[in-house]
Design a protein around this ligand. Structure first.
Ligand SMILES: [Zn+2]
Length: 115
């Protein structure tokens, strides 16, 4: 298996609603669920639970922080396992994940992995 990077989705994605189109699902509760089959030969697809079209509500902020922490660990592990640059993450499309998805936070944390 050789992958060149990760494609991120949110759970509002039509591909994801059909229960296909992702390899790992990162729940807002921090649980990671793998799917049975690989989605494509070139990229791993990770779905982040939530709808990032609107700003994250204050009461969900801490949950989303935890969720991002889990996502960072997952990305770092996959990158090391399949030998690609953990910064090679891309969005599925213009609206997936939604425009409030915390890319900046994610990339900063990936850039400074915990030791
Ligand atoms: Zn998508």
């Amino acid at each position: 298996m050789k992958f060149s990077g990760i494609v991120l989705h949110d759970s509002g994605c039509p591909n994801v609603r059909s229960k296909a189109g992702y390899d790992f699902f990162v729940g807002r509760d921090g649980l990671v669920t793998p799917s049975n089959d690989f989605t494509d030969d070139d990229h791993l697809h990770v779905c982040v639970e939530g709808d990032f079209d609107d700003p994250i509500p204050a009461e969900e902020y801490l949950l989303v922080r935890e969720q991002m922490f889990t996502l960072v660990k997952l990305v770092l592990r996959l990158a090391s396992l399949f030998e690609f640059d953990p910064q090679s993450m891309s969005a599925h499309g213009d609206t997936c994940p939604g425009e409030e998805f915390p890319w900046h936070d994610l990339k900063v944390r990936i850039g400074r992995p915990p030791h």
